[in-house]
Design a protein around this ligand. Structure first.
Ligand SMILES: C[S@@+](CC[C@H](N)C(=O)[O-])C[C@H]1O[C@@H](n2cnc3c(N)ncnc32)[C@H](O)[C@@H]1O
Length: 227
């Protein structure tokens, strides 16, 4: 499990992903509109942008995230969010969504159990909707370096894709009085082939298509139905 998610939460607003996030969330809202969804769990809800959008469509949303800081941000917007793993969820929902790479944060080793826990948390015929990075997305879009700054904060990001893993090192300098405090950690994201999801016996694939978010076919969007 990634244990550096709070640093990601602290710097997310500096990564320049707001437009892409908005675009992706619109796709989730449009797709969900085709289903009869009354209850929804946002798995990896982050700061709660998608939940906030969905509540306007009369869907009762709850969110979970493994970053305490993200949960705090979502709660401060009046959203129902909890620091919890999917395997600790006791309720069931009509839909579970995991927007913007959440499944790439789950290791290859943990993925099967993760999917079983998603299955356990869905009502009969419930749907699970998520997006993941393609190999092209990891190797040609996510890999590389960038830096960003705002008053009292300087961030550098260095991402390398090797052996189906993207290792992203975040280095943050934050002003404290006259000095800067340095925080550094690496987040690992894992490539998952589409065939893994297509071969799951307890789910049926209802939609699977490539997305062009930053570049051609850099992500895949998948909707599974509990079988
Ligand atoms: C790129 S952010 C996306 C946040 C949000 N879904 C959105 O669309 O804006 C990925 C989120 O997944 C969370 N996360 C990563 N692994 C997780 C897991 N196994 N269970 C729950 N949340 C997880 C991270 O803490 C982070 O908030």
């Amino acid at each position: 499990m990634n244990n550096n998610l709070d640093l990601y939460s602290k710097v997310e607003h500096l990564l320049g992903i707001d437009e892409a996030t908005k675009h992706l969330h619109e796709l989730y809202v449009e797709t969900l509109y085709n289903y009869e969804i009354k209850t929804l769990l946002d798995l990896g809800c982050g700061r709660g942008d998608l939940m906030e959008k969905l509540e306007k469509f009369d869907i009762a949303c709850e969110g979970i995230d493994l970053s305490a800081l993200m949960v705090q941000k979502a709660k401060s917007r009046g959203l129902k969010a909890e620091f919890k793993s999917i395997c600790e969820v006791e309720k069931t929902y009509d839909a579970i969504v995991s927007a913007f790479d959440v499944l790439n944060f789950v290791s290859t080793q943990e993925l099967e159990n993760f999917m079983q826990c998603v299955h356990n948390s869905l009502n009969d015929e419930g749907i699970f909707m998520f997006d993941i990075n393609t190999l092209h997305g990891f190797a040609n879009v996510a890999e590389g370096t960038m830096s960003a700054e705002e008053a009292g904060m300087f961030l550098s990001v260095d991402a390398t894709f090797e052996e189906n893993r993207l290792n992203t090192q975040f280095t943050l300098f934050e002003k404290e009085g006259e000095l800067y405090k340095k925080e550094q950690s690496t987040i690992v994201q894992y490539f998952h082939p589409l065939k893994f999801f297509k071969n799951l016996k307890n789910f049926k694939v209802v939609q699977s298509r490539y997305l062009d978010l930053y570049d051609e076919k850099d992500k895949a969007f998948i909707v599974l139905k509990k079988a």
